[in-house]
Design a protein around this ligand. Structure first.
Ligand code: ADP
Ligand code: MG
Length: 287
C-alpha cells in the first residue's frame, strides 16, 4: 500500500503547479545529488529576438530575413519563431522539401532553390567555409544553392528566476549542477557565468545529450539520483533516460511533457527546488 502522505506530497506539489506522475518519483527526489538542465527554454526564456542581419554575396538584408523565415516556415523551434516574428510581411512563396535538421537547423526548397538556415555545424556539413563569428549570441546562417547569403544574430535571455533557482539547488545540497546545450560554447558560457553554473557541456547534437547524461550518471562518485530538466522535442530521450525527468510544461513540447516523470506547469525553473523541498517534507512525515 502507498502511505497517505505520498498523496499529501503529490497534492502539495500540484498546489504549487508541479504535476508528479507517481509517488515513487517524489520519493526518488529525496536522493538526488545531480541536476542536469537544458539551456534554451529551460534556463533561458526560449524567446529570441533578431538583433542584427548581415547580407553577403549580392543579397540584401531583407532577402536574408525573408529566406530564413520561409525556410523556417514549418518549424516550431524557438529560433524559427523569432525569425518569423521579425519578418512581418506575409510568407508567400513555394516552399517544398522541408526538413528539420535537429541540432543543425532547417533545409527547404524555396522558389526552386535549396536554402539552408542554421548554425556553423550546418555550414561545416555542407563544406561552406566562413570565419567563426566571435559573438556570445546565436548565429543563424542562410545558404542559397551553396552560397552564403548572410546571417542573422539572435539573442535569448535567462528567465528571471534562473539565478535564484541555481542558488536554491546549491542550498539544498545538490553537488553537481550541469548545463547541457546544442548551442555554441560561447553562448553557453555566457549564460552559465551569469547564472553561476560551472559545469557546462555545449555543442551537443540531440543524441549526444543522452550520451552526455549517461556519462555524467556513470562517472559520479555518489550513489545519488540524477534529475534532467528540459523542454524541447529533442529533450524527450534525455528526460526518459534520467532517473527523474522534469519537463517545463508552459512552453514545453508535448513530447517532453509526455516523456517526463514530473511536469512544471508554469515556466518557473525555481519550481525544481520547490519539488525537492516538497519531497523532503513528505519524506520526513513518512519516516
Ligand atoms: P538547445 O540544446 O539549446 O535547447 P537545440 O538542440 O534545439 O538547442 O538546437 C541546437 C542548435 O541547433 C541551436 O542553437 C541552433 O544553432 C541550431 N538549430 C536548431 N534548430 C534550428 C532551427 N529551426 N533554425 C536554426 N537553427 C536551429
Ligand atoms: Mg530547450
Amino acid at each position: 500500500s502507498i502511505p497517505l502522505s505520498f498523496f499529501g506530497g503529490i497534492g502539495g506539489a500540484s498546489k504549487n503547479g508541479i504535476l508528479v506522475k507517481g509517488g515513487n518519483f517524489l520519493e526518488a527526489l529525496n536522493s538526488v545529488d545531480t541536476v542536469v538542465l537544458d539551456k534554451t527554454g529551460t534556463l533561458t526564456k526560449g524567446f529570441f529576438s533578431v538583433t542584427s542581419i548581415t547580407a553577403l554575396h549580392g543579397y540584401s538584408e531583407v532577402d536574408v530575413l525573408r529566406l530564413a523565415a520561409l525556410a523556417e516556415m514549418h518549424s516550431s523551434h524557438p529560433i524559427a519563431l523569432s525569425i518569423k516574428r521579425a519578418y512581418i510581411e506575409p510568407l508567400e512563396a513555394v516552399v517544398s522539401n522541408y526538413e528539420e535538421l535537429a541540432g543543425y537547423g532547417v533545409k527547404a526548397t524555396i522558389e526552386g532553390k535549396t536554402v539552408l538556415a542554421g548554425n556553423d555545424k550546418l555550414l561545416l556539413e555542407h563544406t561552406i567555409t566562413h570565419e567563426r563569428l566571435d559573438t556570445p549570441d546565436t548565429v543563424v546562417y542562410v545558404v542559397v544553392e551553396g552560397v552564403l547569403a548572410g546571417y542573422l544574430i539572435i539573442a535569448d535571455t535567462p528567465k528571471v528566476d534562473s539565478k535564484q533557482a541555481i542558488l536554491a539547488l546549491h542550498a539544498l545540497g545538490i553537488k553537481d549542477i550541469v548545463m547541457l546545450t546544442g548551442d555554441t560554447k560561447a553562448t553557453a558560457e555566457k549564460v552559465a557565468l551569469e547564472l553561476g553554473i560551472t559545469h557546462v557541456e555545449a555543442e551537443l547534437l540531440p543524441h549526444q545529450k543522452v550520451e552526455k547524461l549517461e556519462e555524467i550518471m556513470a562517472r559520479k562518485s555518489g550513489k545519488g539520483k540524477t534529475v534532467f530538466v528540459g523542454d524541447g522535442i529533442n529533450d524527450a530521450p534525455v528526460l526518459a533516460r534520467a532517473d527523474i525527468g522534469i519537463a517545463m510544461g508552459g512552453v514545453g513540447s508535448d513530447a517532453a511533457i509526455e516523456a517526463a516523470d514530473i511536469v512544471i506547469m508554469t515556466d518557473e525553473i525555481s519550481k525544481v527546488a520547490t519539488a525537492l523541498k516538497i519531497a523532503h517534507k513528505t519524506h520526513a512525515i513518512v519516516w
